[in-house]
Design a protein around this ligand. Structure first.
Ligand code: HDD
Length: 689
């Protein structure tokens, strides 16, 4: 944890050795116009530090953003686990959470279509526990030996290093089409889950089955879920995500930091699905297979505690970049399962961090340190910080008593789940992992028509970028196994016939699961941290603007006034309204909703501004809530986002009324913003003006 922070402001400038520096502007030279001198140790120290500032980026999940917070359990969970932090409802366990994209480099855009990492480090009183999850509850592959192949295929292609942070290319889909086990994951990645509106508006999942172990040593399977408590689960429109990639590549990073700075702390509930080991076989799929979910309707998700993120990191590098998560960071009461993907992860994390963080002592970096004392016989190595006293660096020892002691499980020592293991040594996939399509069909059938349409469009886009026809063909053959209608809709745009289905095991039938639909499961409560644009021009009705703004601000939204000129606009009553941004510098894609106040001159000026017209048309296309007061409806209908007969006509996500009724219209507008997107408006195209 960031226990060793330092503030440089106002301090005397020194070298790394504490030497006070008199001149930080000029190298040491032989005469004012002479060559620099090698003896300038202050220059060399500064330049050496700079030259070595970068460390290798993460081989996956390179781009991320993080925050501090705490986790608190609702009630003791002793009937399932002896983990201390899950048994003390009074304890607030500090957490550090890093969200990330997977495929892009450190400098890539936040809004790429991708899985998002959701890694939580709990600094518990029994040592650090890491829940290293994603925002999607399944994975592409079943066995860790395929992970390097998956990542190579997804990353930019090896010859030209193109494309950056995108799976819309041949090698990814070549691999995927040859790995039918990835089909379920692909359905999720083609859904709006892979283009989240915000890190605050994502679910998180531990993915694998882990184990809970109670005080008697009884072990049960557990799947972990994070469900947003106050922000809902929302996505962007694909067109918007693409544009944001250029206009604000830091969109998610900024959103998280801004929300926390503004006191709109994101909250998640930790939920668990617990399955008795004896019941696991009855589920009809293998709990050790990371390409499967347990439908919530089969085993409910039981909320057990709450996580709040309430503090931004002080220093990106020291905290967000240097944090090192590991699925093997476990505490008594939680253990791994035999899932072959998880088993491989148990090796990979420390291994990669040895390179990334330069040696075996990265647990001593402040952000990675346990909050409890650490005592063992591990010694030395690069970057060792701890000064271990005495001559004993082995165990057992008899000299210099008392010796270091093991801790029996009954007194808090870690003991692995006593799972009987036997078998013939072999390299083979279990037949129980063989059904690659039934849960992909379950996911497809659980989506609303709008969500299905987005999946179809994503597949059309991604496969449309694939140049090798045989790869597209093979993907279509796999999609037929998910749903023939889906395959036909994708095939139509690809201009290819629907091929026969690829081989498969017999399908299992699942009842659709409403919990899998972002739209169905949403229970929007708050608009805290949402961004609302107000379009204003000279002659604007300031009273309506201010009344709506006040209501939005008190609901926690951020409101920015945009115009065609910076400074202030003169309002209809002769006052002035300060302008926050130019319309061209803050495009509609960075906002969640748009409000246009009344005022005849303002509406007329906006009508004449191509940028203002484009702004509302684009917001409309992306299904965003729009509110118009008074004469604003002239502008909105001229822009083509209202039917010609406007006021009085209510379309989903459009709030209209006269300028004097701003305060009474505000609740409807706020409710529309909480819903987030109004796809049912028939969104894509604007109404002919
Ligand atoms: Fe992984 C990073 C999540 C499979 C190997 N992984 C990493 C991070 C997350 C995940 C969130 C970033 C952590 C951070 O913010 O620093 N990984 C997952 C999930 C998986 C998964 C949910 C499947 C269920 N990962 C997976 C496999 C392997 C790895 C199968 C290898 C056998 N993952 C790594 C890694 C990374 C990593 C190479 C890169 C950087 C790091 O560990 O610290 O070890």
């Amino acid at each position: 944890m960031a226990s060793e922070t330092t503030v440089d402001a106002g301090q005397q400038l020194t070298s790394n050795q504490g030497l006070k520096i008199a001149d930080n502007q000029n190298t040491l030279k032989a005469g004012v116009r002479g060559p620099s001198l090698l003896e300038d140790q202050l220059f060399r120290e500064k330049m050496t530090a700079f030259d070595h500032e970068r460390i290798p980026e993460r081989v996956v999940h390179a781009r991320g953003a993080a925050a501090h917070g705490y986790f608190q359990v609702y009630e003791p969970m002793s009937r399932w686990t002896r983990a201390g932090f899950l048994n003390d409802p009074r304890a607030r366990t500090p957490v550090f959470v890093r969200f990330s994209t997977v495929a892009g480099s450190r400098g890539s855009a936040d809004t790429a279509r991708d899985v998002r990492g959701f890694a939580v480090k709990f600094y518990t009183q029994e040592g650090n526990f890491d829940l290293v999850g994603n925002n999607i509850p399944v994975f592409f592959i079943q066995d860790a030996i395929k992970f390097p192949d998956l990542v190579h295929a997804a990353k930019p292609e090896a010859d030209k290093e193109i494309p950056q942070a995108s799976t819309a290319h041949d090698t990814f889909w070549d691999f995927i089409s040859l790995m039918p086990e990835s089909t379920h994951m692909i359905m999720w990645v083609m859904s709006d889950r892979a283009i989240p509106r915000s890190y605050r508006m994502m679910e998180g999942f531990g993915v694998h089955s882990f184990r809970f172990i109670d005080a008697r040593g009884t072990s049960r399977f557990v799947k972990f879920h994070w469900k947003p408590l106050n922000n809902g689960v929302h996505g962007l429109a694909w067109d918007e995500a693409l544009k944001l990639g250029g206009m604000d590549p830091d969109f998610h990073r900024r959103d998280l930091a801004d929300a926390i700075d503004a006191g709109a702390f994101p909250e998640w509930e930790l939920g668990v699905q617990v399955v008795e080991e004896a019941d696991a076989e009855r589920l009809g799929f293998d709990l050790l297979d990371a390409t499967k979910i347990i439908p919530e309707e089969l085993v409910p998700v039981r909320p057990i505690g709450k996580m709040v993120l309430n503090r931004n990191p002080d220093n990106y590098f020291a905290e967000t970049e240097q944090v090192a998560y590991h699925v093997g960071n476990l505490v008594p009461g939680i253990d791994v399962s035999e899932d072959p993907l998880l088993q491989g992860r148990m090796f990979s994390y420390v291994d990669t961090q040895l390179t990334r963080l330069g040696g075996p002592n990265f647990h001593e970096i402040p952000i990675n340190r346990a909050v409890v004392p650490v005592h063992n016989m591990n010694r030395d190595g690069f970057h060792r910080q701890t000064i271990s006293k005495g001559r004993i660096n082995y165990e057992p020892s008899s000299i210099d008593a008392p010796a270091i002691k093991e801790v029996p499980a009954a007194q808090g020592g870690f003991a692995s789940a006593a799972v009987p293991v036997s078998g013939t040594k072999l390299r083979k996939r279990s037949e129980s992992f063989g059904d690659h399509y039934s849960q992909a069909t379950l996911f497809w059938q659980s989506q609303t028509p709008v969500e299905q349409q987005h999946i179809v469009e994503a597949l059309q886009f991604e496969l449309g970028k694939v140049a090798v026809p045989a790869v597209r063909q093979r993907m279509l053959a796999n999609l037929v196994n998910v749903d023939t209608g889906l395959a036909a809709r994708v095939a139509e745009v690809l201009g290819q016939p629907v091929p026969p289905a690829s081989p498969r095991t017999p399908a299992r039938r699942y009842a659709p699961s409403p919990a899998l639909s972002m739209i169905r499961r949403n229970n929007p409560k708050s608009i805290a941290g949402r961004q609302v644009a107000v379009l204003a021009a000279p002659g604007v009705d300031a009273a309506g603007l201010e009344a709506m703004k006040a209501a939005l601000l008190s609901a926690g939204a951020k409101v920015k006034v945009l115009s065609t000129r910076l400074g202030a606009v003169r309002d209809a009553a002769g006052g002035s309204v300060p302008v926050d941004h130019l319309i061209v510098t803050m495009p509609s894609v960075v906002f969640d909703a748009v409000m246009v106040p009344g005022g005849a001159a303002s509406a007329a000026a906006l009508k004449g501004s191509a940028d203002a017209v484009h702004f509302v048309r684009e917001a409309f296309k992306h299904a965003k809530p729009i509110a118009g007061l008074g004469e604003a409806s002239d502008f909105l209908s001229a822009a083509g986002v209202l039917p010609a007969q406007a006021p009085g006509t209510r379309r989903p996500g459009i709030t209209l009324g006269d300028a004097a009724s701003a305060a009474t219209l505000a609740p409807a507008f706020i409710a529309d913003i909480a819903v987030h997107r109004h796809w049912d408006r028939g969104g894509k195209d604007v109404v002919a003006a």
